[in-house]
Ligand binder design. Structure first.
Ligand code: GUN
Ligand code: ZN
Length: 437
């Protein structure tokens, strides 16, 4: 049985930070040892206390060793529409994205992009993502086959959409149900894979299809549900036209029984007090996608109002409406969105959100999102001096919190020294780690 010890500055959260200097919210070891065996964390302690005989020691000092990042909403099939020029969400979807997604009918294309997607995630230190595939089952097969080959913990599903899109992207309520059922049977629980039932949003699903999605949820309570909610004014108006009996946009999903603790509601920007209360009561998760919300001009997520109402909040890149694969850059933009709302996002809170916070939102906090004995050894190693500009700024920084803020503000994939998946180094074309023993 091979044992690996990662030596470095170990940082992991144990609770949501309350305020800028909440030292009780995290555990930090200045010269720490993360011992890994069989893909799992065996122990976390001071390096000096850890017997190293028989183990491979990888010395990452002076870098930070943290849990791998988690991205709670990303469209892997949109990698080639990132940065497409469009006035707003509906133009971006109709004129560009719905064209692009048609290419995923071909398994070969889906496999090509899936491979690039996981390379990119690992380059950015993201070890778990919740992904939308296209309407085509082949796009899901390509995704999970590659995720399993790389031993990644991934969550994904085929979008169900049976109206208001090009013919080539439509299924039917029955076909969406049948294909989703077959995909769940094929992939849920294989390797580290989890399935997300994925009615795309109220605009592209008939009432019959939302009903079918609810049936799938009841039949497969272990699966997630992901969809989009209240992103853009024109989208909201059209949703209310299509479902005139609903109280509001959230009410559409509520009426079909689609809200629950495993329901991941992308965007959730323009919610009324009633909608916020329903989200809190049902435990549905609001997924904040800052780079996308800015790029598409969708609006400013009201984190404090949702949090005060008791809504669980996750954070995500929303590639390809989003403009960065990096969770560091995603939280950098989250910070700016909240600045415009006069809400504070502390550096500790940012790093909590992209690790333990997102793991908790997914109900996976016993497996990922923190570095603790028995947890999966999905880790990222970060260098806050990765570029000359960062190194210069680091000369004036003497606290962990400020170092994290620098990583968030100026960092990107260049700050990711290594990414470990179940204990194995996986960052594409990396080679920074110093090996010792
Ligand atoms: N709403 C429905 N589909 C999409 C999508 O692909 N991206 C975004 N940002 N919003 C959506
Ligand atoms: Zn989305």
């Amino acid at each position: 049985m091979s044992r690996t010890i990662l030596r470095g500055r170990v940082l992991t959260f144990v609770s949501e930070p309350q305020g800028r200097d909440d030292v009780g919210s995290y555990r930090y070891l200045e010269d720490g040892a993360v011992t890994i065996e069989d893909g799992k964390v065996l122990a976390v302690d001071d390096y000096a206390m850890r017997p190293v005989e028989g183990a491979i020691v990888i010395d990452h000092r002076p870098h930070l060793i943290m849990p791998g990042f988690i991205d709670c909403h990303v469209h892997y099939v949109q990698m080639q529409v990132i940065g497409t020029y469009a006035a707003n969400l509906l133009e971006w979807l109709n004129d560009h994205t719905f064209i692009e997604e048609q290419r995923f009918a071909q398994q070969g294309h889906a496999g090509y992009i899936a491979d690039k997607f996981f390379d990119e995630m690992l380059r950015q230190g993201t070890t778990t993502a919740v992904a939308y595939c296209s309407v085509h089952p082949a796009s899901v097969d390509a995704f999970f086959a590659e995720a399993n080959r790389r031993n990644l913990l991934m969550i994904a599903g085929k979008v169900m959409m049976d109206r208001n899109a090009p013919e080539a992207l439509l299924d039917t309520a029955q076909r969406g149900y049948d294909e989703t059922t077959a995909l769940i049977a094929r992939w849920q629980g294989t390797g580290r894979s989890h399935y997300a039932i994925s009615p795309r949003f109220a605009l592209t699903s008939t009432p019959e299809q939302l009903e079918a999605a609810a049936t799938l949820m009841r039949e497969h309570p272990d699966c997630y549900l992901q969809t989009h909610l209240s992103e853009n004014d024109a989208e909201i108006a059209y949703a209310m036209e299509l479902f005139p009996d609903a109280k509001d946009y959230t009410g559409i999903y509520e009426d079909f029984g689609l809200l629950g603790p495993k329901s991941l509601m992308g965007h959730s920007i323009h919610l009324s007090h009633r909608e916020t209360a329903v989200m809190a009561e049902t435990g549905a998760v609001a997924v904040f996608c800052p780079t996308s919300n800015l790029f598409l001009g969708s609006g400013l997520f009201d984190r404090d109002r949702l949090r005060l109402a008791g809504v669980t909040i996750a954070v995500a890149s929303d590639i390809g409406g989003g403009t960065s694969y990096s969770m560091l850059k995603t939280l950098d933009e989250a910070y700016k969105v909240l600045q415009l709302r006069h809400q504070r996002l502390t550096p500790l809170n940012s790093f909590y959100m992209m690790t333990l916070g997102n793991a908790r939102a997914l109900g996976l906090e016993g497996r990922i999102g923190s570095i603790a004995p028995g947890h999966d050894a999905d880790l990222v190693v970060l260098d806050a001096s990765a570029t000359p500009g960062m190194a210069l700024r680091m000369e004036t920084i003497d606290s962990l919190s400020d170092e994290l803020f620098l990583l968030q503000t100026l960092g990107d994939d260049r700050s990711v020294v290594e990414t470990y998946v179940a204990g194995t180094a996986c960052k594409p074309s990396s080679g920074h780690a110093r090996r010792g023993g």
